[in-house]
Design a binder for this molecule. Structure first.
Ligand code: SAM
Length: 181
């Protein structure tokens, strides 16, 4: 049998991506959006937890090079319909209202640099009521700075009407922002 595209995912980046995917509590029929898929390693880990014909992960990145890497790594999941990969800038992505049960990003600074009001409104619009966004990153060598980033991102999600929680574990951090039901 061919190895899964997520096999051999070692090192700090691999640990960060695995940890984030475990936080998502993925259900087989989930509709999930990843913002900024980069090399596409999270796509493999999410798609292997989805049921073909039921769950779908849509991965976007504004970089055509990143999308090429994501696509190459996840050809089998794209073929069986569990993954869809697109070049798109998040604030301009034209998905329908309530298209996703969960949205996540890993090491994408969008939600803590600048006011990003259009992006918060877009997350709210795209999530089903009760759905959640996970904005996650590695805490790196300056955990105090990471805590400041978490506080800033949490405040911005709260101002945009989300219920928020900061998750900190093993040098990793996420703001979980739930759209009220
Ligand atoms: C630091 S990389 C992280 C990649 C991957 N998530 C990881 O953890 O290895 C950030 C990625 O997000 C993408 N990105 C940043 N802002 C974006 C936006 N507003 N819309 C779409 N993609 C974005 C960049 O092109 C880049 O590929």
């Amino acid at each position: 049998m061919a190895p899964s595209p997520s096999a051999g995912l070692n090192g700090d980046a691999g640990a960060r991506i695995r940890w984030t995917v475990e936080r998502l509590d993925i259900q087989p029929a989930d509709r999930i959006l990843e913002i900024g898929s980069g090399g596409g390693t999270a796509v493999s880990l999410v798609a292997e937890r989805l049921a073909p014909g039921r769950g779908v992960l849509t991965a976007i990145d504004r970089s055509a090079t990143a999308v090429k890497r994501t696509t190459a790594r996840n050809a089998s999941y794209i073929e069986d319909g569990r993954a869809v990969v697109q070049v798109a800038e998040f604030s301009e992505a034209g998905f329908p209202d309530g298209a996703f049960d969960k949205i996540f990003s890993i090491n994408v600074s969008l939600f803590w640099i600048g006011p990003a009001r259009a992006e918060f409104a877009q997350v709210r619009r795209l999530l089903v009521p009760g759905g959640a966004m996970f904005a996650c990153w590695g805490r790196g060598p300056t955990p105090g700075r990471s805590d400041q980033i978490a506080a800033r991102a949490r405040d911005r999600f709260a101002e945009a009407g989300f219920t928020t929680e900061v998750i900190t574990e093993n040098g990793l951090q996420c703001v979980k922002a739930t759209r009220p039901a």
